[in-house]
Design a protein around this ligand. Structure first.
Ligand code: SF4
Length: 603
């Protein structure tokens, strides 16, 4: 095999009891008597059918790929590593297993970001940086040592840090990615959890600034996703450690809460001189949060590369462009581009629906929502923004007919395809069976190009719906929503649980679908980049979360953004090179000028 190729066998998928070793039967070197695909021998010793190993020395590489085609379980990947990648792995889990290249560089007093998809080795990297494992530098047969690791990184920015890890001088605090798991690991109230972690005496300030007070004495089990996320953040930041690792801060939080979390993290790094490493998929928040950035790329599950540090601005710009300059590496065929100016007021198409003023209250009047009358036009993408607990999902349910308004009548006879915020897919059914039951386009080249490929469904088609992760479930639910014939598509938080690359792909799938089908789409989301790329007009919610909400009529983007951001007291400027929106520092000259001019977004 070419030196720059790897073979990866997914042992969770390789099921020789259900195939007849077609990979090895058809492998060209095997057919000429060479031992390219052989049996591992490990399972046979235990009486089971034996899984395969692939010799990377003999394999002909990606240009052959016959075994990849033949394997009925998608268990094999043969990958030509980019020729530009001239380094050796930092860690390889074993023969035909995942490899990680590079490591992020934590630095006291600063926030280091990692930008890239899930599944490319960030957990491995953090375990190494925390001293919980010694990276084997790709020599998985040998006992790894810190001296060898130090030799590898001598003379680089990581040398000092590796020396400290070797000497056992680095302590770590971690915020997990999946905060919904916390109630399974902890019994008691949020206060019990927080008091146990308050090593810096910072708890009261975090409870106040993250607005945890109203729920702090509640049982952890009863907290919502957004409340758990804020408790997990406070619990991590209140520790007294050298190195903090935060695996996503934005899930379940609205944009105001995300900005507050980002500011608290920056304060911890700057004022307490701590090293913070953050993985974050909301690019506007990552931009605000990090001082330096590592872009991560690769093939999830097969290999991951963490680049040398870049400035945050360059890192995000290069990522959006799809091309990493220093590395001379293309990571995506097309660039993601933003419009500098608000879309011009368009001559409106035909109205799809005109709805009257609406009101709805529930919980014995504890929460009430009022909605201004408005019109939704055929073929437009209407963005819906506002804080959590303000009634956005209630509006969606009024439209779908799942809730009935107390005032106003929605008597339109529209077919609505709805993706709710909380996806409950509990049928014990395979993904392919589920999606083919929704559309007879399933499997057509058109459906594959428009829906399955951008939403990366191919590798999960044979999985059961009940076994999917949050992000996989989200992608299936978006696909199911867009695959139906409908007059109106309503997607509630499509970015939730998606990594940055999946957001980029899902955004373009939704936008392309809307354009190609002249479809009318309503999207509720907190990711401002996703909204910027998707929406033609905006509906803005304000009010007091959990008490009362008010929904504006659909507005042009400029008015809608001003309405939304003035409420949050946040302004955005444009990056000169890519025109992407960037959050201004509070009270900076631009922030003050834009607020004075009333231009919060399209300055
Ligand atoms: Fe054999 Fe390699 Fe071809 Fe697979 S890609 S069939 S292992 S030569």
């Amino acid at each position: 095999m070419a030196d720059d190729s790897i073979a990866v066998v997914d042992l969770d998928r390789c099921s020789p009891d259900r195939c007849s070793y077609e990979c090895s039967n058809f492998c060209p070197p095997n057919r000429t008597g060479k031992e390219c695909i052989t049996l591992r021998g490990e399972d046979a010793e235990q009486g089971g059918p034996d899984q395969v190993r692939i010799s990377e020395e003999i394999c002909l590489g990606e240009t052959c790929g016959i075994c990849v085609e033949k394997c009925p379980f998608d268990a094999i990947e043969i990958i030509n590593l980019p020729s530009e990648l001239d380094e050796e792995p930092t860690h390889r889990y074993g023969e035909n297993a995942f490899s990680l290249y590079g490591l992020p560089v934590p630095e006291s007093g600063s926030v280091t970001g990692i930008l890239g998809p899930n599944g490319i080795g960030k957990t491995t990297a953090v375990r190494a940086l925390a001293g919980e494992m010694v990276p084997n530098l790709g020599n998985y047969g040998d006992e790894p040592t810190w001296e060898a690791v130090l030799d590898r990184f001598r003379g680089t920015e990581l040398q000092n840090y590796v020396e400290q890890v070797r000497d056992g001088e680095v302590s770590i605090a971690r915020k997990p990615q999946y905060v919904d798991q916390i109630p399974k690991q902890f019994d008691g109230s949020a206060r019990d959890l927080l008091e146990a972690t308050d090593e810096r005496g910072a708890l009261d300030s975090y409870i106040d600034r993250l607005d945890i007070g109203p729920v702090v004495d509640n049982d952890i089990e009863t907290l919502s996703g957004g409340e758990l996320q804020r408790v997990a953040l406070a619990a991590t930041l209140a520790r007294d450690r050298d190195f903090y690792f935060l695996d996503e801060i934005s899930p379940y939080l609205d944009i105001g809460q995300r900005v507050t979390a980002a500011r608290l993290i920056r304060e911890l790094a700057e004022e307490e001189d701590r090293a913070v490493l953050v993985v974050e998929h909301d690019l506007a928040i990552l931009d605000l949060l990090a001082d330096t950035l590592h872009v991560a790329y690769g093939e999830p599950g097969a290999y991951g590369v963490i680049t040398d540090p870049k400035s945050v601005r360059n890192g995000i710009n290069e990522y959006l462009k799809g091309y990493l300059s220093n590395e001379n590496m293309r990571i995506r065929p097309e660039a993601i581009t933003f419009e500098e100016h608000a879309p011009r007021e368009t001559t409106k198409a035909e109205p799809l629906v005109e709805y009257p003023e609406l009101a709805k209250s529930y919980g014995d009047g504890e929460f009430s929502l009022d909605v201004e009358a408005g019109t939704i036009y055929n073929g437009e993408v209407l963005g819906i923004v506002g804080p959590n607990g303000i009634g956005k999902s209630t509006l969606a349910q009024l439209f779908t007919g799942d809730l009935t308004p107390d005032m106003g009548e929605l008597d339109f006879a529209l077919d609505i395809s709805y993706k709710p915020q909380y996806i409950e897919i509990d049928q014990p059914m395979r993904v392919d069976a589920f999606l083919s039951s929704i559309t007879d386009q399933f499997g057509s080249s058109y459906w594959n190009t428009e829906i399955a490929n951008p939403l990366q469904l191919n590798r999960i088609m044979e999985r059961n719906l009940t076994d999917l992760s949050g992000g996989e479930r989200q992608r299936v639910a978006i696909a199911a929503c867009l695959s139906q014939d409908a007059d109106l598509y309503l997607l509630d938080e499509p970015s939730a649980h998606l990594d940055v690359e999946q957001r980029v792909q899902a955004t373009s799938a939704i936008r392309r679908y809307a354009e190609n089908h002249d479809a009318t789409v309503m999207v509720i989301d907190h990711d401002i980049y996703m909204m910027d790329l998707l929406a033609d007009r905006l509906m803005v919610f304000d009010g007091e979360p959990s008490i009362e909400g008010h929904a504006s009529k659909p507005q042009e983007m400029r008015d809608g953004m001003n309405d939304f951001l003035s409420d949050l007291d946040i302004t955005f400027r444009r990056d000169e090179r890519t025109q992407r929106p960037r959050i201004n520092k509070p009270d900076s000259q631009l922030d003050r000028e834009q607020k004075r001019a009333g231009e919060y977004y399209y300055a």
